[in-house]
Design a protein around this ligand. Structure first.
Ligand code: NAP
Length: 484
């Protein structure tokens, strides 16, 4: 297995650094539980150094023509792709996700974000507003130093989805990865410097929520973008409100996937598998409430069980493996508790939910049938490989039930009726909807949540609005009138 121990814990002002007297953090390989890296939490002095470095770098960076900033980001995208094998192995070792996933969905997705925003930024211009002889023009300005805080499920993707629009718009960033997956963000920091970004433009500091909270409360933080759970979102949003900081909140979900009676069954089963078992179910936008029309229920359940039985669990570094371990035993225990609660509530466990013998934090993909809207299985985010199947009869009924949640991250539906598809999507309370597919998140498409699932959008042009502010300049061409 590749040695993933970094030179030091943090990347500040273009250098690896750490204070070995700070508390230690360890990284584990979820397949064996062995320690793969030892790091230290950031001290207050290191956090201060990151802000000082970011402020200095941001000034020179923002003064560059956008096309030059874009060139650096596009070069970083190329390097990410050149090093995809290494970065994918690091991500697999840190998260436990199968290498067949990380090779296509992690650093590659990050590269697409850097490429997209690197290409777009030179085309983002202000407006001119005619007012007779006078006029107003607008300038889109960076915010300053932005703080990014990541979850552990897609570490380098999250770092890139935040860094790419932030840096393109002329900001600097200090990024804190999840303490569970600290490694790949350091590689992104290295790569940005190699691509020509000024030292200090993108800094990585490690630590627990304490370090995240210290970053947000620093007066030099202009914005925070969090990817995490709703409870953390509440705390981070409140801390940001104290300093009137800009925020983006990418939070949790309990998204509906609706399969109408005319759904093409094999595609619907594929989507339900992707929406519940990809990344061992550890995806925010997962369609974990699968509403199946009564007429196709039996056919759907039969094919789902047959196809899930072919899943291959094992060492995630093995390219044949399709289901890896969960990220940690803590996360597995949380999910096991949800499965027990589901059984006690009277739902019918069709398959899975077992802890196989041998190494690794494995949990076999599970599906519950006969789930009702009031069960915790249907109301709470589980963040593991647990599908809940609910049945319905009528279109209006399923829309109302799909929307009866505080979350609003995503939703999907399968039907061959094009009018029904658009009619239903128009009524679903979700930031991202899919028709006849699930969980595709191209960088060209805005991504983010409604209701408790979040504030703001990542990806697409929309993300730039959240990393910049508009200055309006009024130009007077005549004389100035005054009362006296
Ligand atoms: P989490 O426990 O909420 O943690 C997210 C990040 O916030 C971590 O880096 C965490 O540090 C940090 N943090 C914790 N308390 C903080 C505080 N008071 N101030 C500042 N930062 C703080 O989430 P997770 O367990 O890592 O990830 C799973 C959750 O993320 C799920 O709810 C999932 O739906 C959500 N998610 C959402 C999206 C999206 O795009 N909408 C994408 C992926 C995941 P530590 O790691 O040290 O605790």
């Amino acid at each position: 297995m590749r040695d993933v121990q970094p030179k030091a814990s943090h990347f500040i002002s273009g250098q690896y650094t750490h204070d070995t007297s700070a508390p230690e953090m360890v990284s584990l390989y979820p397949f064996t539980g062995e320690v793969t890296a030892r790091l230290h939490e950031a001290t207050d002095a290191e956090i201060d150094a990151a802000f000082t470095a970011a402020a200095a770098a941001q000034k020179t960076w923002a003064a560059l023509p956008p096309v030059e900033r874009g060139r650096v980001l596009r070069r970083a995208a190329d390097i990410l792709r050149e090093r995809n094998q290494e970065l994918s192995e690091i991500e697999t070792i840190d998260t436990g996700k199968p290498i067949q996933e990380t090779l296509v969905a992690d650093a590659e997705s990050g590269a697409q974000a850097l490429e997209y925003f690197g290409g777009l930024i030179a085309a983002v211009t202000g407006e001119t507003v005619p007012l007779g002889e006078d006029f107003v023009y607008t300038i889109r300005e960076p915010l300053g130093t932005c703080v990014g805080i990541g979850a552990w499920n897609y570490p380098i993707q999250i770092a890139c989805w935040k860094a790419a629009p932030a840096l393109a718009a002329g900001n600097a960033m200090i990024f804190k990865p999840s303490e569970v997956t600290p490694l790949s963000a350091l590689k992104l920091a290295e790569i940005l410097v190699e691509a020509g970004a000024p030292e200090g433009l993108f800094n990585v500091v490690q630590g627990t929520g304490r370090v995240g909270a210290a970053l947000i409360s620093d007066p030099r933080c202009a914005k925070v973008s969090l990817t995490g759970s709703v409870p953390t979102g509440r705390k981070v949003y409140a801390a940001a409100a104290d300093g009137i900081r800009h925020v983006t909140m990418e939070l949790g979900g309990k998204s509906p996937l609706i399969l109408f009676e005319d759904a093409e069954i094999e595609n619907a089963v594929s989507a339900a598998i992707n929406a519940n078992f990809y990344s061992t179910g550890q995806i925010c936008s997962n369609g974990t409430r699968v509403f199946v029309h009564e007429d196709i229920h039996d056919a759907f359940v039969k094919r789902l069980a047959e196809r899930t039985a072919t899943a291959k669990l094992g060492d995630p570094l093995d390219p044949e493996v399709t289901v890896g371990p969960m990220v940690s035993d803590t996360q597995r225990q949380k999910v096991l508790a949800c499965i027990e609660a589901g059984k006690e509530a009277g739902a019918n466990l069709l398959f899975g939910g077992d802890v196989p013998e041998g190494p690794g934090y494995f949990l076999t993909p599970a599906a519950f049938d006969g789930v009702t809207d009031d069960m915790a299985l249907a109301t709470d985010e589980i963040f593991g490989p647990v599908m809940s199947i609910l049945t319905f009869r009528d279109e209006d009924e399923v829309i109302a039930r799909a929307n009866a949640t505080d979350f609003g991250l995503a939703a999907g539906l399968f039907t061959r009726d094009i009018k029904r598809a658009h009619r239903v999507v128009a009524q679903l309370e979700a930031g991202t909807c899919w028709i006849n597919t699930y969980n595709l998140t191209p960088v060209e498409s805005p991504f983010g949540g409604n209701k408790m699932s979040g504030v703001g959008r990542e990806n697409a042009r929309a993300a730039l609005d959240h990393y910049s502010q508009v200055k309006s300049v009024y130009v007077c061409m005549g004389d100035v009138e005054a009362a006296f």
